[in-house]
Write a protein that binds this ligand. Structure first.
Ligand code: P6P
Length: 349
């Protein structure tokens, strides 16, 4: 009978990978794990407790805030505040970054960027939702955090992860040395190592995109969708289409089964819909660490310039061979959109 290894035991075991770290990152990851268990408890009973339904307020994205969004945001920020390892939080639910100027946190080493409850529009219909987090070391030495601390490139992340509240609750994270998945065992209230050293299959046959926007996609994406649908036994086409409307659920399936997830630029979202700092960057870090590929169709996500807290980006991510094929179609059929920046589409002749 294999011994159970909890998230806490695993983090301490791996601490040796970071000689410079005196345990702060380990404690920070454990703080996030604790908040995830608290949020999980509420997500699991959302249908029962009077905790779903719109608060009536609207977040910076212009989306109705559901009570569980607000609750999850409060829980993660509270856990980070009491943990004392994080000096600043960037959250989808907060217009500005939150500097934690308490005695134990104000000079802490780490910045945490978080989407506390991604896919929350699915809560009412019981489809998997998730939390996404990204961890940086602060750039400024101490005192109030600056924009330089919060607008760091994806390549600067020291850790990233997500929690998927689905048929089971899993926490998946990386610190730059591979990706490991932990499943919550409610009987002991611990995340237990269930998916060691996760690897994205190099190729796959599942494509994931909201085809409702087909008319507004760049030609290269339209061509790639048609490529996925062509009958061709040798390349296992037509591929299967799977799209839940919850990025974490779609990415988790892609990590395990292979495939490609795409949220390209559209007429309504000329810079893409998903947010760079607390959705695209952490997910890209995880997928690359698991041997996959993550671009905006033209450039590596982790290399994108970060100019605004709630900056959006297109994302094409998953099995390397499938992402490369989509990029090839974009280069061939949508060359005019060779680089999208925060200011909108830059057309280079
Ligand atoms: P659409 C959820 O709102 C989210 O941010 C991601 O989790 C998801 O992949 C995407 O938006 C769904 O967007 O436009 O297809 O409903």
């Amino acid at each position: 009978m294999k011994a159970v290894k909890t998230l806490g035991q695993f983090i301490i075991e791996k601490q040796a990978d970071f000689p410079y770290a005196k345990g702060e990152l380990s404690r920070l990851l454990r703080d996030i794990g604790i908040a995830a268990k608290i949020v999980n408890r509420e997500v699991n009973k959302a249908g029962l407790a009077d905790i779903i339904g719109d608060v009536g307020t609207v977040n910076v994205q212009g989306e109705n805030q559901k009570k569980l969004d607000v609750y999850a945001n409060e829980q993660f920020i509270a856990a980070l505040q009491s943990g004392g390892e994080c000096c600043t939080v960037v959250s989808e639910e907060n217009d500005e970054y939150v500097y934690i100027d308490s005695e134990i946190s104000k000079n802490a080493k780490y910045v945490v960027c978080i989407d506390p409850l991604d896919g929350s529009s699915n809560i009412d219909v019981n489809v998997g939702v998730g939390t996404i987090f990204s961890i940086f070391r602060r750039v400024s030495k101490d005192g109030k955090a600056t924009m330089e601390d919060v607008l760091q490139k994806g390549t600067e992340q020291v850790a990233a992860g997500y929690v998927v509240y689905g048929s089971s609750t899993m926490l998946v994270y990386t610190t730059g040395k591979g990706v490991n998945g932990f499943t919550l065992d409610p009987s002991i209230g611990e995340f237990c190592l269930s998916h060691p050293d996760m690897q994205v299959p190099q190729d796959g046959n599942i494509y994931s995109i909201n085809e409702g926007y087909y008319a507004h996609f760049p030609d290269g994406i339209k061509k790639y969708i048609k490529f996925c649908q062509v009958e061709d036994e040798k390349t296992r086409r037509p591929y299967t289409s799977r799209y839940t409307g919850s990025m974490v659920a779609d990415i988790h399936r892609t990590l395990i089964k292979g495939g490609i997830f795409m949220y390209p630029i559209t007429a309504q979202a000329p810079n893409g819909k998903l947010r760079l700092i607390y959705e695209c960057n952490p997910i890209a870090f995880i997928v690359e660490q698991a041997g996959g590929r993550a671009t905006n169709g033209y450039e590596r996500i982790l290399e994108l310039e970060v100019k605004e807290l709630h900056q959006r980006s297109a994302i094409i991510i998953g099995s390397t061979k499938m992402v490369e094929k989509a990029e090839e179609m974009l280069a061939c059929f949508s060359p005019q959109i060779t680089k999208t920046t925060f200011e909108g589409v830059v057309t280079i002749q």
